[in-house]
Ligand binder design. Sequence first.
Ligand SMILES: Cc1c2[nH]c(c1CCC(=O)O)Cc1[nH]c(c(CCC(=O)O)c1C)Cc1[nH]c(c(CCC(=O)O)c1C)Cc1[nH]c(c(C)c1CCC(=O)O)C2
Length: 365
Amino acid sequence: MATACPPLSLQPAYLSGRSARARRPPPAVRCSAVGEVMAETAAVGTAEEPLLVSAIKGRKVERPPVWLMRQAGSLFHGIQYLIASSSCLNRDKCPFFESYQLLCERHPSFRERSENVDLVVEISLQPWKVFKPDGVILFSDILTPLPGMNIPFDIVKGKGPVIFDPLRTAAAVNEVREFVPEEWVPYVGQALNILREEVNNEAAVLGFVGAPFTLASYCVEGGSSKNFSKIKKMAFSEPEILHNLLQKCTTSMANYIKYQADNGAQAVQIFDSWATELSPVDFEEFSLPYLKQIVDSVKETHPELPLILYASGSGGLLERLPLTGVDVVSLDWTVDMAEGRKRLGSNIAVQGNADLAFFLGQKSS
Ligand SMILES: Cc1c2[nH]c(c1CCC(=O)O)Cc1[nH]c(c(CCC(=O)O)c1C)Cc1[nH]c(c(CCC(=O)O)c1C)Cc1[nH]c(c(C)c1CCC(=O)O)C2
């Protein structure tokens, strides 16, 4: 993997495979066996189409596209190490790290940083300005839509997400509203439009949403969870309440993906980070149908928009993930890439697979 990548991408957070192929290739593209993507037009990373989008669509690409996310916690440390071990030998003097720290001092609230169009644009562009990755991800959070669904929340430093009134009853779930992005998060649309202009197709501008089960887990648990006991209790004792909440999240997130695409997102990643807390049979009841519904709804109106699915530690669910209809599955490092590719089948692109703890190692190794 490393040999085909530029210097800064030795272990990127997300790396779509060279053999990426489209589930629904455009007419000009022909896909063959794994590892041999055939394309009648070999143009890649052009002014019309960023490299990342070309790879997802199964076109022939000159190198794997590389992008990374300023992930909460571990990923952020990963970026620190990337910075420390690459172009910025002194982390404190690195323009990217320094400017984000300054910005956090000036705007200590995560919600402020992520809900102000100028700040969202500035923060989203910071990694782009330093590393020129192939994907530029919107600075936001999967929980950003919650207030628009009548679910107040905050991100508390040192604690993470906090949902002020966790949803534990039928009456509470009945109060959840359908999310109208234009009304509640106009700064997201504005930021995506500006990012498209700034990045000018030299990279793909990426949007994202939380998957219904993962969003519901925050809403029911009240925040992060270790054992997901409250949402599981609801699933196994009052499943109709959970299904009602999952359906509301589904309709809202399908709308939100379309809104992001209409405002410039060139691919959208769906994070079902906690779906793997479910047994496979429970995944089939509480996550898969809703993911499929989102994908079907988006493909109906935006058939060309690539959709990426990530579930952490997804080894036990791998064969089920393509059943959602997404174009790309994002693997984490717990899955062997070759085995993952075999188990996913050849009609889907893969990305990811890097263990960020790599950055804890010595530069020389
Ligand atoms: C800590 C946290 C937050 N929000 C969330 C958490 C995780 C808590 C838990 O483990 O249960 C919830 C969340 N947010 C995101 C996910 C999906 C990714 C995953 O599986 O971790 C999840 C599960 C995406 C994201 N979360 C974020 C992005 C923005 C894109 C980017 O990473 O640059 C995405 C896709 C940004 C984010 N969001 C948050 C922080 C601290 C950051 C990093 C930036 C900062 O420190 O200011 C708050």
